[in-house]
Design a protein around this ligand. Structure first.
Ligand code: AMP
Ligand code: MG
Length: 317
């Protein structure tokens, strides 16, 4: 059977289809001014888990949340006057701001890999903005390529990398900027560059009237998954357990654990397990539990990313 392309030219019909798919928890590739993004509903753990499944990432890296309006960001993160200044100057555009998650934020915990901070931006591309507005929800979107390959700047690149693992690719032509967004962390004492990108350090320093700190290794790109601030429970976490002592929690995966405190996926579905991981770790990292025991999780597909995170959480602190 001939392969039916899932690339669609942008018009009212394809934008509506994209918005509909996003509302159903599906993944949709769309152009931004930087690179093509692999988008999903940022308020749904299940939808965000589908992004990780399609990308085949071995780790859970927090994702950038895309909004259609600054007002939409206001409902998700805390925006102080400094952030407001940069938003006024550089949005829409390739500047991602890392800001504190609002206490009442509806964003998926998986989207921020369990962090209390959120990376957020408003892209400067009519197709991205129209799609997000029609979907009427924030969209989590990493670059639309398989993990380990280079970022796509055309719809064809996306199709070559992801094939029909993605439900729709909106073709908005080649991306204008072609490099990723600049990431600036505003969640600490000093504004800190986490990744250089489409907006220069000089532009930011001029806007703020003061120097910013260069994060990572002297401002080098922070390797994915290498964030020092990754969420880890404060309780002792034990891997590859089959039971728990009184007072301890058992976090299970798969059938056969009727006594589990919580089960990441009783049916053994790795995407469902990924969707539940951070919320369940948080829930068990509280009284009355003293220790979190975790049953074995298969080391393939999304299981690799789940195990990666669990191993970090279990490492001595
Ligand atoms: P990508 O989506 O592939 O462009 O990569 C997103 C980048 O944003 C990764 O390098 C993440 O480490 C970074 N990032 C996302 N959320 C946060 C956050 N809350 N704090 C710090 N960095 C973040
Ligand atoms: Mg990427």
């Amino acid at each position: 059977m001939p392969h039916e392309s899932i690339i669609e030219p942008v018009d009212d019909t394809s934008l509506d289809l994209g918005a509909q798919l996003l509302a159903q928890g599906k993944v949709v590739a769309f152009p931004t001014e930087t690179v093509y993004g692999l988008g999903a509903d940022a308020t749904s753990d299940q939808a965000v888990a589908a992004i990780y499944r399609v990308k085949n990432r071995p780790t859970f890296n927090p994702l950038i949340i895309h909004v259609a309006q600054p007002a939409q960001a206001r409902k998700l993160v805390e925006i102080d006057p400094l952030a407001q200044t940069l938003i006024d100057l550089f949005w829409p555009g390739p500047l991602t701001l890392v800001l504190p998650r609002r206490a009442d934020s509806p964003l998926s915990l998986l989207a921020s890999a369990g962090l209390d901070t959120i990376a957020i931006r408003m892209p400067d591309h009519p197709v991205a903005l129209a799609l997000i507005a029609r979907a009427d929800r924030p969209i989590a979107a990493p670059s639309a390529n398989r993990s380990g390959s280079i970022s796509p700047t055309t719809a064809l690149h996306v199709e070559q990398s992801l094939g029909n693992d993605v439900d729709l690719i909106l073709d908005g032509g080649p991306c204008r900027v072609g490099v990723e967004s600049t990431i600036l962390d505003l969640s600490g004492q000093t504004p800190t560059l986490l990744r250089p990108g489409g907006i220069s350090v000089e532009q930011i320093e001029l806007a703020l009237g003061r120097p910013i700190a260069l994060g990572g290794n002297d401002g080098a790109v922070k390797a994915p998954g290498m964030l020092a601030s990754h969420y880890a429970p404060t309780r002792l976490l034990r891997l590859n357990q089959s039971s728990a002592q009184p007072g301890e929690a058992l976090l299970a995966f798969g059938p056969g654990f009727p006594d589990a405190t919580l089960n990441l996926s009783a049916s053994g579905d790795l995407t469902e397990a990924a969707a539940h991981l951070f919320a369940m770790m948080r829930e068990l990292d509280s009284p009355p539990y003293t220790v979190i025991n975790v049953t074995p999780i298969p080391e393939h597909r999304l299981g690799r990313a789940i195990n990666d995170r669990l191993r970090r959480a279990a490492a001595p602190k």
